[in-house]
Design a binder for this molecule. Structure first.
Ligand code: NAD
Length: 424
């Protein structure tokens, strides 16, 4: 099929490239000229494993442009995958989505499908329909098709989804979109527009709830002398609970969970629903990321202390820093006069733009030289596989705050390292 995708960010670009790999002809439209110019030179604007190679493999089926007008007419399906960032009141900023809808409404041809893949509050697709009707009198359909991919495994997730959700009021439109996804061989949930929009917020908020729940149990474990790893294992083997998203740590970050939880709270508030559980999920997460600092300050004075920080991205395999706990932690450490050496294999450059005072090291071990403490923020494989004897020998004071519970506590303790994890 001929496809157009608005937005060449994490979701739009991955969607476009994967659909091209499924033998569709795809045009990627973005307003960011430098992004499009780089993509035309074969340069991917962010780090996502396997994406460069997949773009190269499918370059004959991909077209990158800022010119929507001349590329839209031939598209059978038009995806909208632009950002919906958080507004100060927690609600989703929809101006980018509506800008695209307004623009394309002047350039539509009959029978095109407009598919909103961006995460948007209930009612947004219907509002988009109204905008289009004002400017276009032909036949069209607006569909909701939220995306569930995770940065870091985005290509795998797109190609192997647990389900595809399609929201629409028009059966023929949902059939065409389902045909596009048919090669993925997964269940397709077809529903009305509003339910589809809400499925995305409900899913992300539920996963965030699991994380804040296990983190609260971890905090309790510390007080009563239990081990959160064993607790998570004992809970996760129960099929009704499942093992995923039960890893205790310093909380969730990234561009989705924090903003989607806040947006769902805002949607609930607007509809006079007091979503108490979700408020707590958000509060627990905010306080969880401060735990490494509290543990550190209980052990040493931060002024002039050498602190090694390993991992800066909000999770491994991405360079994304949106809502990354590292930013809060670095800010507090610097404010308290600590001297920081940090390492991250891909996110370093972006953090350097924010915190020039930090020394960025080419390897985790260089960050550890003469350190008074180590804080683990992102569970990169290089961090999980640290040689603890080497760590102990490099540090001036062997104190580890393991914010992701990835190191072997027994081994660390045996080596004489003061090891503080989360709930273990
Ligand atoms: P992003 O910020 O990485 O990319 C958005 C892109 O849209 C940018 O390149 C921007 O230049 C472009 N854009 C803005 N206005 C435009 C316009 N008028 N025309 C064309 N392009 C325009 O965002 P993202 O992380 O890809 O997220 C996109 C949406 O998908 C959001 O609603 C997000 O919540 C949702 N989502 C994200 C993820 C994720 O892991 N990042 C996963 C699932 C869903």
């Amino acid at each position: 099929m001929k496809i157009a995708v608005y937005g060449s960010g994490y979701v739009g670009l991955v969607t476009a490239v994967c659909l091209a790999d499924l033998k569709n002809q795809v045009t990627c439209i973005d307003i960011d000229e430098s992004k499009i110019s780089n993509l035309n030179k074969g340069l991917v604007p962010f780090f996502e494993p396997g994406l460069d190679e997949l773009i190269q493999k499918n370059k004959s089926r991909l077209n990158f442009t800022i010119d929507a007008k001349s590329n839209l007419k031939s598209a059978e399906i038009i995806f909208i995958a632009v950002g919906t960032p958080q507004r100060p009141d927690g609600s989703a900023e929809l101006k980018y989505v509506f800008q695209v809808v307004e623009d394309l409404s002047h350039n539509l041809t009959d029978n095109q499908l407009i598919v909103i893949k961006s995460t948007v509050p209930p009612g947004t697709c219907q509002a988009a329909e109204e905008i289009i009707k004002k400017n276009f009198s032909g036949k069209f359909a607006v569909l909701s098709n939220p995306e569930f991919l995770r940065q870091g495994s985005a290509i795998y997730d797109f190609m192997n989804p647990d389900r595809v959700v399609i929201g629409t009021s028009k059966e023929s439109a949902s059939k065409l979109l389902a045909k596009l996804y048919a090669p993925l061989k997964c269940p397709i949930v077809t529903t009305d527009l509003i339910s589809s929009e809400l499925i995305k917020y409900a899913s992300n908020s539920f996963l965030a709830t699991k994380i804040s729940f296990i983190n609260s149990i971890a905090n309790l474990s510390e007080k009563v002398g239990a081990n959160i790893d064993d607790i998570a294992k004992g809970m996760g083997l129960d099929k009704r609970i499942g093992p995923l998203f039960l890893k205790a740590g310093i909380g969730y970050g990234g561009s989705c969970f924090p903003k989607d939880v806040k947006a769902l709270l805002n949607i609930s508030q607007t509809n006079n629903i007091d979503f108490k559980i979700l408020k707590a999920v958000d509060e627990v997460n905010e306080s969880q990321r401060l735990i490494p600092l509290q543990k550190l300050e209980a052990k040493l004075t931060l002024k002039n202390a050498n602190i090694a920080v390993l991992g800066l991205a909000f999770k491994p395999d991405t360079d994304d820093l949106r809502e990354a706990p590292s930013l809060t932690i670095l800010k507090s450490l610097l404010a308290k006069g600590a001297k920081i050496k940090a390492w991250d294999p891909v996110a370093e450059e972006k953090v350097r733009e924010i915190y020039q005072e930090v020394i960025y090291c080419p390897s985790p071990y260089e960050a550890l030289e003469d350190a008074d403490a180590l804080i683990i923020i992102t569970e990169w494989p290089q961090v999980k596989n640290l040689n603890l004897t080497k760590v102990k020998n490099l540090m001036r004071n062997p104190l580890i705050i393991d914010g992701r519970n990835v190191l072997n506590k027994k081994q660390a303790t045996k080596l004489g390292i003061t090891y503080l994890g989360i709930g273990r």
